[in-house]
Design a protein around this ligand. Structure first.
Ligand SMILES: N[C@@H](CCC(=O)NCCCC(=O)O)C(=O)O
Length: 258
């Protein structure tokens, strides 16, 4: 059976002026949805509900989670720092939802793949921190916001032997694309850094005690159509999701609970 994958959208709290007022808006690049659909999953875009019971109910309906990227940055207060730069901040509705989702995914062993900003949320939810701006805070770094199209590869990464990422791609190194100005600084509790760029910037994190809990700083949704190793990332994630024992209450149990 095809696994149902909950996909987190981005959210604009209402800077857009339309219909005579501020209009809160969800948005999401279609590539995230297409990668899940084309590789055998059923993508479901998750509303960023605030109610905890509603969040639990949402998770009953999914077999895996895809945490997507975000143009704006996580509020540094979420990892105990004061904001040092003027970059825009992710809407509180999204960051609150996503950090709570990560903790639920760990508690309930829900297979989770996180991409770019989603990987940073994964790290912060586990008590880690971020470089607020790589060029301003880290010396001798690569250009991590590539100027070429995101379907092009940009730099190499070295992969930790025996890590989940290494077992998926079966390589010690691989090429990735890159579109970020932040990155993991302190790795979150119980997580490991499973890949780094040549300049030492962390490019992947994972939770070894979890069936599938992998955060990637790059964007495989731009690469899976032409690059086998990036296709394997989604395929292995979807296989892990399809194996997850369903949390969905059986119809009989639901009738008894109603
Ligand atoms: N703001 C963070 C995360 C960057 C990121 O997720 N970029 C993707 C943009 C939105 C998308 O296309 O999904 C950083 O810059 O490090």
């Amino acid at each position: 059976m095809k696994p149902v994958i909950g996909v987190t959208p981005d959210f604009n709290a209402g800077d857009r002026q339309e219909w005579g007022g501020k209009e809160p808006t969800y948005f999401l690049r279609a590539r995230y949805v297409r990668a899940i659909e084309e590789l055998g999953g059923v993508p479901v875009i998750l509303p960023l509900v605030g109610n905890r019971a509603a969040r639990r109910r949402l998770l009953e309906g999914v077999d895996g989670l895809l945490l997507t990227g975000s143009g704006p940055d996580l509020d540094p207060a979420l990892y105990g720092e004061r904001k040092r730069y003027t970059f825009p901040i992710v809407a509180e509705r999204r960051s609150s939802f996503e950090l709570d989702l990560v903790r639920s995914a760990i508690r309930n062993q829900i297979p989770t793949l996180a991409i770019c900003g989603g990987m940073q949320s994964m790290n912060v939810a586990c008590g880690g921190s971020l470089y607020q701006d790589i060029p301003a805070q880290v010396d001798h770094v690569l250009q991590h916001r590539q100027t070429t199209p995101a379907v092009r590869l940009s730099h190499s990464i070295s992969i930790a032997p025996g890590s989940l990422l290494n077992r998926i791609v079966r390589r010690a190194r691989m090429q990735v694309n890159s579109s970020h100005h932040q990155s993991v600084k302190a790795v979150g509790r119980t997580l490991i850094a499973s890949a780094t760029a040549p300049d030492g910037i962390i490019e992947a994190i994972e939770l070894p005690t979890h069936p599938f809990f992998l955060g990637l700083q790059w964007h495989p949704e731009f690469l899976f159509e032409r690059h086998l190793l990036h296709r394997r990332l989604f395929q292995t994630f979807l296989r892990a999701a399809s194996r997850r024992p369903s949390l969905r209450p059986s119809p009989a149990r639901r009738r008894n609970n109603s």
